[in-house]
Design a protein. Structure first.
Lengths: 254, 254, 254, 254
């Protein structure tokens, strides 16, 4: 078995397409963003990637059918000034080799479809819930840094301090080094501990202005409120029980 | 050395065969079921798989001879309306790559022998001993879900919640995606902490009705009773010692 | 780089040679035995194995020169009724793949040199220092079990209970399955926690009778006594300090 | 994707060049030394190594641009009696296979450029801050040991006791075994827990005498003093807080 199998269902003809990546990562910011983009702009799946670098696992879906762990490529045509290819999936590569191979294969396919620019989407963990998530950036070329700064994206040396790990880093890094592509990464601030639609919303706001498209965010807003309600309730319960414990402890001292 | 070596001892001619998998997993439900099937229906080994994806180990058998860790394929001919190929073995692949490669190679061989359908057998852990083990299912196609439901198999979204991991998932997942095969997985409820013939019995009851064959389960019943007796004794001892400790603790307070 | 590089320094002409393995393992029993054999019978190194399955490391030797981690093959000619090939080394393969590949490559070379029989040497851990180390065995064929039993070797089902792990198991397992070779493993009882010449001595006593050769064990005897003296002193100190602690604790209660 | 991609930007013509390695390791002694050498002698980058054996990661640089994890080769021409090739990088190979492959590929390229001698630089951890860091050595041939001893380098059997792990060991080990090269390793004593310019300075002092070149060490001296100041302050704070705790504990007893 080839370690990466790319099943191309359709070869789309695309106009100067941009590759956009949103695989699972910190706060699922990238994945939420990319999936929302596909849903809102009517993306069409044209390729499936099955790989022994991914977990050996199938999911059980609505109705009892299975779905093997995979990555998928969608195209979005005629919705923006430039066409889009969007990479989403269930998992990133399980190890360094897998991360490199999967990114490389996606770039290879993207190049065949005319891609010269790559945008990767991800989260940027600050360890606590941000008041209003900022969007951090990193780019392949100084002129792109300047360009993207205009949209309020923050560029800071050594931020994130550990660099950008995984597909969000490699797709622009390998894209630049081996495929002569340009690109940048947008990272939405997130606590990173649970699925975080707020981070995704901020990333999408920036992205929509960069791509000059309209993206309705009401779904993500609703999802965010739902998650916040749950989080709030949980925190309330925890505070309550802490107070209870406090009272008991006080009682113990008296 | 090739990482997977398939030694075919005999090329059986089979009538529209079904591939059935029962490798080690939760509660050894799949392995117990598949081995029982082979024993009861007189399966004949026709292929051995030796692989550097399996543990680097030999077992010492009755009489002091060795047996290298392996997977084996048996065929069962003329016992059911359709012939069967049964995959059993000492171990699953040690890592993701191994899981994919071994499943792929088995599917390749199965396809050569005319297999178009795959049934995988496994356990489904609920963390405690089930009253009466239920049988959960997952299938490649909605029509198979409907078909199998008739036999009392439970199909539930996201059950098991982590999906189906290992060969039981991959053989139907890769079978569908890369070989155009249909298939389903039967998972017997099990505590999952020890060898569990009860889970295997429920799986085999469903399987025998699906395949329209008679399978004598008295061996497994005997084995189950033996294990339950041991478990019962152990639990008795533990309860006793807990009571002892409790008494001591009470004594300590007085 | 090829993952296994076999540098053959000399192609010996050997009479019906037997391959004997003694790589590092439990109590270093196999390694001690094989190296003693080479030393006593004047083995000559004819091949070196360098491999990326071995640790990425060089040792610093007497005089400050380096030695890369390796496995080595020696031949012993004209000292026994049959010639011998002895495999020794600094390390076994680091993972399952490496274990299989290295064993396979050694068997391939052995076959080229006419080897049809393999003897592997190892330790058998019982968790405590054995009174008089017994020698356990496992063989590829029942007739070999019968043959070797005559030399006092103990053959017991499922002993060792986890099977034989690593090169000592694979060289006879793969030898039988893929190269049509016969073989057996001799395992000297050992505490397994430190280098154990006593286990090696028992293995060598059995081996010398099987091969019908004389092996002087006085070196190993001396080494064993030295180690026992150190162990004894350490144990003495520990018992002493335990007694001290006991006294202190009593003092504390008073 | 090839697991090691060597992008050669320029093929320098070099006079009997020596390969010098300084990749990240204990106390960053090797990396600091090699980078200082490049800076001081005006090294020119001629090759970049991108590899799936390295971490799947990009760094964010000054100005917000990215840099993929890589190893790099510089040449230094006409500054010493012999020309130099210097290997530096962000990381060593992530596993044994990667360590071997990366070292092998560098040696292959070095051989093409006429390299017959290799010097590797590293740290030698003694677990505490050394008064005056000594420089330990290990070499491929006894005559090199004698030669290098003259420069005050200490050669001691089994020092470092675990041997030399990683590129510093493999480049001379594989260089000798597979490429017929000579070489030695210089290891500066270091606590090994933080970046240690003092160790690098001692290594560079020895190296400059061996290569008969002048190397200005004032930058490293300044860096060392800065680190020492920070360390000193931290230790001061810790001692202070320990004293505080001590006082509190005394208070508790009164």
């Amino acid at each position: 078995m080839n370690r990466v199998i790319v099943k191309v269902h359709e070869w789309p003809e695309l106009k100067d397409p941009i590759l956009i990546e949103g695989l699972p990562g910190l706060g699922y910011v990238g994945k939420l963003s990319a999936e929302h983009l596909i849903r809102q702009l009517g993306g069409r799946r044209f390729a499936t990637i099955i790989s022994s670098y991914l977990p050996p696992q199938v999911y059980v879906m609505e109705g009892g059918t299975i779905s093997i762990v995979k990555q998928e490529l969608y195209y979005i045509k005629g919705k923006a000034k430039r066409d889009l290819i969007v990479l989403v999936g269930d998992s990133q590569g399980l190890n360094a080799e897998g991360q490199y191979e999967l990114s490389y294969r996606v770039l290879e396919l993207a190049q065949e479809l005319g891609v010269k620019e790559v945008i990767t989407l991800g989260g940027y963990s600050i360890g606590k819930r941000p008041e209003k998530p900022r969007v951090f950036g990193a780019a392949t070329h100084p002129e792109i840094v300047e360009e993207i700064k205009k949209y309020g994206v923050i560029f800071a040396k050594s931020e994130p301090s550990g660099g950008i790990i995984g597909a969000a880093g490699l797709l622009i890094g390998l894209g630049m080094e081996l495929f002569g592509m340009k690109g940048f990464c947008l990272m939405g601030e997130t606590a990173g501990m649970y699925v975080d639609p707020r981070g995704a919303m901020e990333v999408l706001k920036v992205l929509s202005r960069i791509l000059d498209i309209e993206i309705d965010l009401s779904d993500l807003e609703a999802q965010a409120m739902q998650i916040e309600e749950i989080t709030h309730t949980v925190e309330e319960i925890m505070r309550e029980s802490e107070r209870e414990e406090g009272r008991e402890e006080l009682g113990y001292i008296r």
